[in-house]
Design a protein around this ligand. Structure first.
Ligand SMILES: [Zn+2]
Ligand SMILES: [Zn+2]
Length: 148
């Protein structure tokens, strides 16, 4: 097992995840472009039991297109988005990759919502791409973790 540490921009929130392997996928949907204020989100799916976190967190809940709710946890002080948790999978979270202290090992294993991708971003041909997202996103994420 490996432990990776990270935190928010102001340092009030700190966390660690302990996982067999760091798995990350990129999502290019407009919601991810909005919350990252960037071209895509780097999402790290982890079991909630693998996450240790401390600091002042606030929650913004939003309805998703698939009809469920996602809780978006962010630093109460500086607003950095830390992780998302779906009402459909309370045992798992998706950590925001840019919050890791060392982001150099973040190489996406897949790209979601490439139909919304910024036109200038070139994706590698040998990495799976989804026009939208896997039909069963929860099962797909769980498969990524269990394969690691
Ligand atoms: Zn902060
Ligand atoms: Zn997205």
């Amino acid at each position: 097992m490996m432990t990776y540490c990270g935190g928010c921009q102001c340092g009030a929130v700190r966390f660690s995840i302990t996982v067999p392997e760091l798995i990350v996928y990129a999502c290019h949907c407009q919601d991810c472009q909005k919350h990252t204020t960037s071209a895509c989100a780097l999402s790290i799916p982890v079991a909630i039991s693998a996450l240790e976190i401390e600091g002042p967190l606030s929650i913004f809940s939003r309805e998703t297109d698939s009809g469920t709710t996602t809780d978006c946890h962010f630093c109460s002080t500086c607003g950095t988005r830390i992780y998302h948790q779906s009402a459909r999978s309370r045992d798992m979270v998706t950590l925001k990759g840019g919050t890791l202290d060392d982001t150099r090992m973040l190489v996406p294993v897949a790209h979601l919502w490439v139909s919304r991708k910024q036109s200038w971003m070139q994706l590698p041909d040998d990495v799976p791409q989804f026009e939208t997202q896997p039909d069963d996103l929860k099962a797909w994420r769980a498969g990524l973790i269990s394969a690691s």
